[in-house]
Design a protein around this ligand. Structure first.
Ligand code: UN1
Length: 512
């Protein structure tokens, strides 16, 4: 689609308001605008008015009001609204995928894949709307019944990152909404247009269902409006996706007011390749894992830990694949890798390459800036690391692949677990013992552990998140919904007696 047609199809103007609580409820207070810039060309796509203190107050006020009504709606009826959101997103999957490619530079096929995650989570949430189950326990007291039930928690704040401008919103917002909460979304200031397009979709559906302010939008920088949201006592839960550095600040600020947070922070993901791995399969997974989304996924494969007997053959197989990467316009169907998001990211990548080279690292492929293609294009880089240097403990959000070798399997696991982050991990092997050891308690310490499947591309059905500095949060499928609700333990006495628990006798008689 032509860019102008695409934008108007998704309800985006040249200049937009960034604060909204429903159809025809976009608010302007003449605040400053931020620009959404196409990383492929450096050109401004459109501008968006940032949320001011005044518009913030209005959005939160509406979200609080709407919560009181929405929480009363039976969950299966809430599911019907979510089903309609999913259907409208599905109808727009292609333009939304294109918009993501345009605004943040991942290739269109991956953009569409990301929107598919939104559709998938909507479908999951519709089923979930009839399965927000609590347990029943046996009481120790006669004639008593005990059970637990789950209630909505309140308006929830969702802060998302540029690299996945749609899916993490959905993992959080859709689940939170089906749980009976209203949602206030602050997207990355770099990708406000995808957020506006999704807000337009939820506006349409909220209006069809005679609702508003279930899905709400605020826009601006993290240090400004993001921080206001994080510190707002009226928001019992903040879900934050972003760097470890910012996550630490967010989690401290939320904890200070005894709020709850769900954190999805950095990764530093490795694939262990054993001597009997299928190298064709392995190199396919490595390619998608390392250059998909231009190496800017939190699940990106950044480290390969290969057995010394196959490392050279593995490198050859990977190089064959890297030589065929087509770098260019992410909207072009044949492109496999688009631009990076910013000059700052490129600087960090180039700096990491320098540090690696200065520390006995050998660049075996790429790493050059490709200014002919545009300001933000780079070649992905493969670096053979001979020493375990501090650089390898950091997440550099770029298409950098470090390869290192191991001798025995325990060493491989210990290298895999040596980093402070704990998001995703994988092993490629046909050895059952190695696969099971990797999955055992002395194996991978990550939230995600895959066998003969790469580190990226998690399905929505599982709980998504990681341990250690990744923050411990879980989002998306499985029972991650519990993070968006408050648990209530209920005991009912249906007798005429009042026995106390633990057998305590509290009668007013003398006790020897
Ligand atoms: C992210 O990079 O923040 O597993 C999320 C994956 C995607 C999600 C990545 N489903 O790679």
């Amino acid at each position: 689609m032509k860019i102008n047609n695409l934008l108007s199809h998704l309800g985006i103007q040249n200049t937009n308001y960034g604060s909204c609580f429903g159809k025809d409820c976009w608010i302007s207070t003449n605040n400053q605008h931020i620009s959404s810039i196409n990383p492929t060309t450096g050109e401004t796509i459109a501008t968006v008015e940032q949320t001011s203190n005044t518009s913030y107050k209005q959005v939160i006020g509406e979200a609080e009001k709407s919560f009181l009504k929405w929480r009363e709606k039976p969950a299966p009826l809430r599911g019907q609204l979510i089903r309609d959101v999913g259907n409208l997103v599905r109808e727009n999957i292609e333009p939304l995928g294109e918009l993501i490619a345009l605004e943040m530079g991942k290739i269109k096929r991956e953009g569409i894949g990301e929107v598919q995650e939104v559709v998938d989570i909507c479908e999951f949430a519709v089923g979930l709307s009839r399965q927000l189950y609590g347990l029943t326990m046996h009481s120790e007291r006669p004639g008593h019944r005990m059970y637990e039930q789950w209630h909505p928690i309140g308006p929830t704040g969702i802060i998302t990152a540029f690299n996945f401008p749609a899916a993490p919103w959905a993992w959080n917002a859709i689940i939170s909404a089906v749980c009976g909460n209203t949602v206030i979304w602050k997207p990355s200031e770099v990708t406000p247009l995808t957020a506006i397009a999704l807000q337009n979709i939820t506006n349409e559906i909220m209006s069809d269902h005679k609702e508003k302010a279930i899905f709400n939008l605020i826009t601006g920088t993290g240090s400004d409006i993001g921080s206001t949201l994080v510190n707002d006592k009226r928001i019992p839960l903040i879900s934050f996706t972003g760097s470890v550095k910012t996550g630490r600040i967010v989690s401290t600020q939320v904890a200070k007011r005894l709020g709850k947070s769900i954190l999805e922070l950095g990764g530093n993901n490795a694939i262990i390749v054993t001597k009997d791995a299928d190298l064709k399969l392995t190199s396919e997974a490595i390619l998608f894992g390392s250059i998909g989304t231009t190496g800017q996924r939190c699940t990106t494969t950044r480290r390969i830990i290969a057995h010394k007997s196959i490392i050279n053959e593995l490198i050859e197989t990977i190089l064959d694949k890297y030589k065929n990467i087509k770098i260019g316009d992410p909207l072009c169907n044949t492109t496999t890798m688009g631009p990076m998001i910013s000059q700052d990211s490129i600087n960090k990548m180039l700096q990491a390459i320098e540090t690696a080279k200065n520390n006995n690292g050998l660049v075996i492929y790429g790493g050059q800036q490709l200014l002919d293609l545009g300001p933000l294009f780079v070649e992905p880089v493969i670096i053979k690391m001979n020493d375990q240097i501090p650089l390898l403990y950091e997440e550099t959000f770029a298409p950098i692949l470090y390869i290192m070798e191991y001798n025995d399997f325990d060493e491989a696991i210990s290298l895999q677990n040596s980093v402070p982050q704990g998001l995703s991990s994988a092993i490629f092997t046909s050895n059952l013992y190695d696969a099971e050891t990797f999955l055992s308690t002395r194996g991978s310490d990550c939230g995600i552990a895959n066998v003969n499947v790469g580190t990226t591309g998690a399905e929505i059905g599982g709980a998504f998140g990681g341990e250690k500095e990744t923050g411990g949060g879980r989002e998306s499928g499985s029972d991650a919904w519990k993070g968006y609700m408050r648990r209530q333990t209920v005991t009912i006495n249906w007798t005429k007696k009042l026995p106390l628990s633990q057998g305590i006798d509290f009668s007013q008689k003398e006790i020897d």
